[in-house]
Design a protein around this ligand. Structure first.
Ligand code: PHE
Length: 439
């Protein structure tokens, strides 16, 4: 009775092809199936093929209950050969292998076509995710024997790593593409012409002041600056202009208090510097800055303008030093043919005082409209420092002497650039200011 196990029951119950499970199955299957009991099963292994062997059966006795003891009526033994064609169950491993390979082939084909990182991620989840297809296939490993599991496990691992590798490569490509796209988007097109920055220009007044500073720095002078709001003492008294001195009328100012005013000249910086130097020599300074006077504005007057004052103190400083310095200044400012002329004048802080003219740079002294046919342009005031001023500055007039001069930046700029109205300097008319670009 070789056909002891019918195919149908085998297929439904015997999912594995291992020897142990066949044996277990046969025992279980025989029990209660017939009034026989399987005593033992001997399975002869036929590798990778059908299994056959001997079942040792015993017929169950008719139990009779005699005094509470079960007695077997008879003993019946039978040996029956069996045959299980388990090749189809070998197919469990084979089937899983095939499934895994098919899964791999499908996954790789799909992955190959992916052009979008999102879809790539979806496929990763689909195949490798917790609820993915590979996991699904591996779930079937439960029915495999201990010997078979590693075989399928190995195949599964290979499939997994093959899929992972393609995903990894794809991810890398996408990342490179993204970087490339970003770089492309951020690329600076150097072939575009640059956006032009509006070119600025230096205001003609600053230009003149800087030029004068440069000339005097070249002669060893320092630049000194001081406050625009001054005390009556520094602006007038220390410059030999005591209260009620009639010369104060020439420089009426804006008073903030009885004692504080907008400085009318940069001369107070001379006094401040002399005091700060505490008798040291030489004093050689240039003081540029804004000054204020109570003037009505017109083409040649402004309530606010700029002065550049110079002061030199030392031993044996003479009128000829003043003259030589100013001549050099004018030559550097207006050209090497410039000459100067000194006329007697009055300033309370210098004695003697002079008005200095420069030869007209336009006509060379022949007479023109600019110099009003005189050949000379009135340019600055100067003189030898008054002994009182030296004394108030802390210098003994018996030992030290000095000269000072003061020049208006507007006056020079107007002469130099042919500007006929002082108000142009302050009204910020772009048409005016732009003309000085790049000069
Ligand atoms: N501070 C004088 C003024 O404003 C100019 C000046 C300076 C004259 C120095 C002589 C010496 O008029």
């Amino acid at each position: 009775m070789r056909a002891f196990l019918r195919e149908q029951s085998c297929r439904s119950s015997l999912r594995s092809s291992s020897l142990n499970s066949i044996q277990g199955f046969l025992e279980g299957h025989s029990r209660g199936y017939r009034p026989q009991t399987v005593i033992s099963v001997k399975v002869r292994q036929v590798s990778a093929g059908p299994k056959e062997g001997i079942l040792l059966l015993r017929e169950a006795s008719q139990p009779s209950n005699k005094g509470g003891t079960t007695v077997f009526s008879s003993l019946y033994r039978e040996e029956r050969p069996f045959f299980v064609d388990n090749t189809r169950f070998k197919g469990a491993v084979q089937g899983m292998k095939e499934k895994l390979e098919a899964l791999k082939a499908e996954a790789l084909a799909k992955l190959q076509e992916v052009t979008d990182p999102q879809i790539l991620n979806d496929l990763r989840v689909k195949y490798l995710g917790k609820k993915g297809e590979l996991t699904e296939v591996l779930r079937g490993m439960g029915g495999l024997s201990a010997e078979e599991r590693p075989v399928i496990g190995q195949v599964a691992n290979l499939v997994r790593s093959a899929i992972e590798e393609v995903i990894g490569t794809k991810q890398e490509i996408f990342q490179q593409q993204e970087t490339q796209n970003r770089l492309n988007a951020e690329k600076v097109d150097v072939s575009l012409p640059g956006r032009g920055l509006p070119q600025g220009g230096i205001h003609p007044l600053n230009r003149v002041i800087q030029e004068i500073e440069d000339i005097f720095i070249g002669m060893g002078y320092r630049i000194e600056e001081g406050p625009e709001v001054e005390t009556d003492y520094y602006n007038f008294e220390a410059l030999n202009l005591p209260k009620n001195h009639p010369a104060r009328d020439m420089q009426d100012s804006f008073y903030l208090t009885e004692d504080l005013l907008m400085r009318t000249q940069t001369s107070p910086v001379q006094v401040r510097t002399m005091q700060a130097m505490k008798g040291e020599t030489p004093v050689k300074i240039i003081c540029p800055g804004k000054v204020f006077r109570r003037d009505d504005d017109d083409a040649t007057h402004s309530f606010q303008f700029h002065q550049i004052e110079g002061l030199v103190i030392g031993r044996n400083i003479r009128m000829s030093d003043l003259k030589g310095t100013l001549l050099q200044f004018m030559k550097e400012m207006f050209g090497p043919t410039a000459g100067i002329r000194l006329r007697p004048s009055f300033f309370p802080f210098t004695e003697p005082s002079v008005e200095v003219d420069v030869s007209c740079f336009k006509c060379g002294g022949e007479g023109c409209r600019l110099c009003k046919q005189s050949g000379w342009l009135e340019i600055l005031g100067a003189g030898m420092v008054h002994p009182n001023v030296l004394r108030m500055g802390g210098y003994d007039p018996e030992i030290y002497s000095g000269f000072a001069f003061g020049v208006g930046a507007e006056r020079i700029a107007m002469l130099k650039y042919g500007i006929d109205d002082i108000r142009y300097f302050y009204t910020n008319d772009m048409g005016f200011v732009k003309q000085f670009k790049g000069i």
